[in-house]
Design a binder for this molecule. Structure first.
Ligand SMILES: Cc1cc2nc3c(=O)[nH]c(=O)nc-3n(C[C@H](O)[C@H](O)[C@H](O)COP(=O)(O)OP(=O)(O)OC[C@H]3O[C@@H](n4cnc5c(N)ncnc54)[C@H](O)[C@@H]3O)c2cc1C
Length: 391
C-alpha cells in the first residue's frame, strides 16, 4: 500500500496525541486504511530524535510493520541477531536459542530478532508522516483538552500521560525496587549476532547488538544503585560493568550518556472512554526483561487499526471501538505483565528452592526443542500464541 495513492478517506481527522514510536506508527497505520489523522507532540523533531535508546524488535512487531507498509524501509536500519543467549549467572551454563527454534512462519525471515536505534526509527516515521497527505503533523504544540469532545482522540502520550490524568482515569501500578540504567557501549568479545539476557540477583542485564561492536546495555538493579552508577565517571562506569559481564566480554567505551529510569508494572483502569483511547505506555508498562515493552505497545496498534478497518466510516461502529479495544487487548497485556513480573521475582533472587526451579527450567529447555520453540514463540509473537502453538 502506498501513502500517495488515491484513497477514500474518513472526513474527520483522528487526533493522535504524542509522536513517539506508538503515536507515529498508529497515524501511519490509520492513513493506510483511509483515515485522516492529526498528530500532536509537545517536542520538536530534533528533541524527539535526540533520545538515545535501542529497541529490540520481535516478529510480532515485524508483522505489524509489514501490514502498515513500513517494514522494508525499517529493516534496512536494523541490526539483526541470530542468537539469543540466556544466562543465569548463579545457576548453570548458558542457553542459546537460535533460528532453528523459530516457528516455520518466522524462520523464513532468518533472524531471531532485530535491534534499531530510536533516532533511525523516528526519522523514518516522521519523514513518512510529513510526506503523507492524510496526516497533519503539529510538533512543538499541545493538544487542547477542549477538543476532546469534537473528535476521536488517541492518546499515545507516554507513561505520564496528561490525557489519562485529565480524564481522571486511575492506574494500577506496582513500582519495582529496581530501576533501569541504559547506555550504548562499545564491547569487545561479544558476538555481534547475539542478544544477551543475563539474569543476576540484583536484576537482569541485556546486551542488544546495534552493529559495529556497539551494544545497548539495559541494566536493571536496585534503583539507588542505578543512580549511583549514573554518577560514576565513564571509566568507573566501564569498570563497574566489566566486573559483572561474562568472561571474555569487555566493555571498552561508553558511546552516549547513560540514563536511568524507575521501573513499574502498570495498567490503566480503563483504556479510554467513548471516543478516547489510551495506547502504548500511556495505558500500560512492564519491566524491560525480555525486551517486551515496546513490542507489547505495538500490538495495541494492530488491534486499533483492525477495529477501525472493520468499523469502516460508520460513526456508530467507531463509537464502539473503545470497548472492543479493551476487550481485545486485556489478555495479552495482562499476561505479558504477569510473566515479566514472575520472571523478575524468580531470577532476582538467590533463594535455594528458586535456584533449583531455575536449573530445572534451563535443563528442560536444553533437552527439549519443543519447549525452546514454545518459549521463543511466546517471546517473539506474544504469550497469546500459546493457544495455537504446534510443536
Ligand atoms: C528513559 C527511558 C529509556 C528507555 N529505554 C528503552 C530501551 O533502551 N529499549 C526499549 O525497548 N525501551 C526503552 N524504553 C521504553 C520505551 O521507550 C517505551 O516503551 C516506548 O517509548 C513507548 O512508546 P510511546 O510512543 O507509547 O511513548 P513515548 O515514547 O514516551 O512517546 C510519548 C510522546 O508523547 C509526547 N507527549 C507527552 N505528553 C504530551 C502532550 N500532553 N501533548 C502532546 N504530546 C505529548 C512526548 O513528547 C513523546 O514524544 C525506555 C523508556 C524510558 C522512559
Amino acid at each position: 500500500m502506498s501513502s500517495k495513492s488515491a484513497k477514500i478517506t474518513y472526513k474527520h481527522p483522528i487526533k493522535v496525541i504524542g509522536c513517539g514510536p506508538i503515536g507515529s506508527m498508529l497515524a501511519i497505520g490509520l492513513s493506510e486504511i483511509g483515515f485522516k489523522a492529526e498528530v500532536y507532540d509537545l517536542l520538536t523533531k530534533d528533541q524527539i530524535l535526540s533520545r538515545s535508546r535501542g529497541y529490540a524488535i520481535t516478529h510480532s512487531t515485524r508483522r505489524i510493520l509489514q501490514k502498515v507498509g513500513l517494514w522494508n524501509q525499517i529493516v534496512l536500519k536494523t541490526n539483526s541477531f541470530d542468537y539469543l543467549r540466556i544466562e543465569d549467572i548463579s545457576s548453570c551454563k548458558p542457553l542459546v536459542l537460535n533460528k532453528d527454534d523459530l516457528s516455520i512462519q518466522n524462520s523464513i525471515y532468518k533472524s531471531v530478532g532485530w535491534i534499531i536505534d530510536h533516532a533511525d526509527l523516528m526519522s523514518i516515521l516522521i519523514d513518512r508522516i510529513i510526506s503523507d497527505n492524510n496526516i497533519e503533523l503539529y510538533l512543538n504544540s499541545s493538544f487542547s483538552t477542549s477538543d476532546y469532545n469534537s473528535a476521536f482522540v488517541i492518546a499515545a502520550d507516554g507513561p505520564s500521560s496528561q490525557t489519562r490524568k485529565s480524564l481522571n482515569i486511575g492506574i494500577w501500578s506496582n513500582s519495582y525496587k529496581q530501576g533501569c540504567l541504559t547506555a550504548k557501549v562499545l564491547i569487545r568479545g561479544a558476538n555481534k549476532n547475539t542478544a544477551y539476557e543475563i539474569f543476576r540477583k540484583e536484576g537482569p542485564l541485556a546486551l542488544l547488538p546495534m552493529g559495529k561492536d556497539v551494544f545497548q546495555v539495559v541494566w536493571s538493579a536496585p534503583y539507588p544503585k542505578c543512580l549511583e552508577r549514573l554518577l560514576l565517571s565513564k571509566s568507573s562506569f566501564l569498570d563497574s560493568l566489566a566486573s559483572i559481564l561474562p568472561e571474555g566480554i569487555e566493555p571498552d567505551y561508553v558511546v552516549d550518556n547513560p540514563k536511568c529510569f524507575p521501573l513499574k508494572l502498570s495498567l490503566s483502569k480503563t483504556f479510554g472512554s467513548d471516543s478516547i483511547l489510551l495506547v502504548g505506555d500511556s495505558c500500560h508498562s512492564c519491566h524491560p526483561i525480555g525486551g517486551q515493552g515496546l513490542n507489547l505497545c505495538i500490538r495495541d496498534i494492530e488491534v486499533i487499526i483492525s477495529l477501525f478497518e472493520r468499523a469502516g466510516f460508520s460513526p456508530n461502529k467507531i463509537n464502539q471501538i473503545s470497548y472492543k479495544y479493551r476487550y481485545k487487548r486485556i489478555l495479552d497485556i495482562a499476561l505479558v505483565g504477569l510473566i515479566t513480573d514472575l520472571l523478575v521475582r524468580l531470577f532476582s533472587n538467590d533463594n535455594y528452592y528458586l535456584l533449583l526451579i531455575r536449573r530445572f527450567g534451563f535443563n528442560l529447555l536444553r533437552a527439549s526443542s519443543t519447549f525452546r520453540r514454545l518459549i521463543l514463540k511466546m517471546m517473539t509473537d506474544g504469550p497469546m500464541t500459546i493457544l495455537n502453538f504446534r510443536s
